[in-house]
Design a protein around this ligand. Sequence first.
Ligand SMILES: Cc1ncc(COP(=O)(O)O)c(C=O)c1O
Length: 378
Amino acid sequence: MSEKTELEILADADYPNADELARRFAVQPHPNPRGEEEYLRIMEKPGFGNYFTDYMAHATWTPEEGWHAKKIEPFGPLRLDPAAAVLHYGQEVFEGLKVYRHEDGSLHSFRPAYNAARLNASCRRLAIPPLPIPDFLGAVAALARVEKRWVADAHGSSLYLRPVVFASESFLGVRSARRYEFVVLASPAGPYFKHGYRPIRVWVEQEYHRAGPGGMGDAKTGGNYAASLLPKQQAHEAGYDEVLFLDALGNSDLDELGGMNVFAVLSDGSVITPRLNGNILPGCTRSSIMEFLRRSGTPVREERIGLQWLIGAIEAGTVREMFACGTAAVVTSVGSLAGRGFSVDLADTQVTRHIYGELTAIQEGRRPDRFGWLYPLG
Ligand SMILES: Cc1ncc(COP(=O)(O)O)c(C=O)c1O
């Protein structure tokens, strides 16, 4: 058995139930929630990240009061001073998690305490005061309950939650801010693979990096994503779906994709993934897949994966399958890897499909949750 990370320990700890925690966020009345017609139009084809529900969770931090004014309020623009620190120095962190509706109508989220703990790890790196994990869970539970109608129960559908913490103090001095907002948005999400299951084409980026040693690569903060946008745009224009970033020091080892962790399946049946080197986001899906595979008897190793070794292994047939994973897609096969001077194809998708089937079955309540990953929301 491998040792649990700090995030996994916090994720798997016991927390009060959703009934108790949801009470921390009082629900304010909404003057005009969406009518039935608009609701049905949105839910027919929600896509991903296009529409937001009627409410959001919101709390504020100040040095005097800590996290306070916790509420579920109508979704809408926030008043933000043009001098707000986040607009100038990028002091913000965010998360992404999903709410699922089971056949009996109950709502569940998948390891939400992992996201809460990771939010705090990101907060620490960006000198933002932490948010107590029960507050995070309370916001998730209260918002999901109010927005129950937006959680579709079709296979692959969910309500995506986007918690964000940002510096709202109006001040241009370069220091950690003295006022923050915590907001959770909810966005109905349809099946990720709208055109059916298709392995992705990956561009291996050898010029730009998303993060470097001592930087913020293991924090979920906007700056890392901003750094990935230009290479991603260039890769899209060249016909690729995603960008795989290499380590900034040697430009030789796999780090991760712009928004997903990466794995390779070896011909002896074992599975490898880059170790958490400080530049990689410790994905909740990554952690769950490793635990799932290990419990099913598949050896999983976290290690350096050199690009040159990998290309050789794919050409020699020692690596025939790769996949990328994250909350949005769950897991998706890598069909090809290309970069300056090379292009290799991966034929197999079997392990990926198996993992996809098993994880989504747990999330959607079609299989018993033998890992204790689901947190019932009501
Ligand atoms: C950079 C990056 N890596 C990996 C992941 C996968 O993390 P998770 O499985 O927790 O969604 C994400 C998505 O959150 C990400 O943005």
